[in-house]
Design a protein around this ligand. Sequence first.
Ligand code: UDX
Ligand code: UDX
Length: 456
Amino acid sequence: MTKICCIGAGYVGGPTMAMIAKQCPDVRVTVVDINERRIAAWKTDDLPIYEPGLLEVVREARGRNLFFSTDVDQGIRDADIVFVSVNTPTKTFGEGAGCASDLQYWELCARRIKEVSTSDKIIVEKSTLPVRTAEAMERVLHAGDNPIHFEVLSNPEFLAEGTAIADLENPDRVLIGGHETASGQKALQTLVDIYATWIPRERILTTNVWSSELSKLTANAFLAQRVSSINAISALCEATGANVTDVAHAIGTDSRIGPKFLKASIGFGGSCFKKDILNLVYLCESYGLQEPANYWRSVVAMNEYQEARFVKTMLRSMFNTIANKRIAILGFAFKADTGDTRESPAIKVCRELAGEHAKLVVSDPKALDNARLEMPELADQIEFEPDPYKAAAGAHAIAVLTEWKEYKQLDYQRIYDSMVKPAFLFDGRNLLDHDALYGIGFEVYAIGRGRKSHLK
Ligand code: UDX
Ligand code: UDX
């Protein structure tokens, strides 16, 4: 029986391992993490992350061939294959601060693996890492007089939060990078065979390690670039009277462009996009490629502009003052169907509104616990209210920052009646029916389309 251990029970490690365990009953999967609370939660039905469909998958495999533990050393020792899925945040200190990945957790893992292993192992990079990290890992793993052989593979994960289970069950592709040596190819084949249990072979792509590492950074950079491109056009639409949704539809029907990832928004968030682009920027710079670095950096700059522009629109339309005005924030997660708030554009929007001395009431169906942790410095300026009706009552404005489908189904007449007039609604996701809202009496502002106003 093949034994897998995954270090890191987060948004990536947890769902990925649950899916492997579900699909491969003959493989024993143990997920380990240094965070005791997280591991304890994985053992209950109150999982540490919200992801539609995840609980069903975990329940099917848990206790059968899926196990969760804080005993990292034991997990590593027992395994034939060790996935490393620890977080790799942007460095906040020293060389490359604000751009490069902080690899200290990764290196600690490598050292731990080397220290406790008593048999040969395949080590799989699941975390997104800069190109050539595998090489560094190999040096750590094979330092000194080590009789044990570690074969490092790169197997980046492309799942998106909120659709993780569907993405894992039926991925566009799985990517595995291995060395072009006999032992590299053998290890690669072992991992291919595991995925081939449920994924058609032609969708399992194999490359060398560096191409695999770079493909993951590139995929996220391209996706983010599409969002920044349409957001750039949204600003032009607002200035000219074009409608960004129509423009996106018109260009998306060109099969060379395609319809996905063309939704104008307050900006992209999430743990990956910004981090991975900055990582790419750092890589380019470290190879002396300043123009490519500038090109990718502008994708992040465009995103920051879009967030700031939204707040400016709010301020200007509310007569240039929002001090002491109650503003209901509907949605704090970085996208719908997740409780994750990492790099959510809502953080920047809330900080700037708070800077104008607005009184904020934040509502979200799944992300309030994380939202509370994001802005400790604003504790006395922000209320958290799970009920959107209560959040909106007495407010001057509503800002929709996450595209939760729940917000489409609210009774906006009831909300309007409970608000201060004129009642403003800023739709940062172009989620709602703006004509209907205008009909009720709202002052409606959306992204990339003209405002609908009753004011002179
Ligand atoms: C992932 C990827 O790994 C990262 O590269 C990608 O770019 C973002 O998504 P994610 O699963 O979202 O990370 O991160 P997180 O939810 O923070 O999970 C990482 C887990 O690793 C945490 O539970 C943390 O406790 C654990 N960890 C971290 C360890 O067990 N050991 C360590 O040394 C460090
Ligand atoms: C992303 C990648 O999609 C995934 O392949 C990778 O493994 C991890 O990073 P994720 O961060 O979970 O996944 O979310 P994603 O769906 O890509 O959305 C990222 C951000 O872009 C969100 O804030 C989302 O709201 C925003 N977005 C997305 C838009 O503003 N407009 C769009 O059209 C699409």
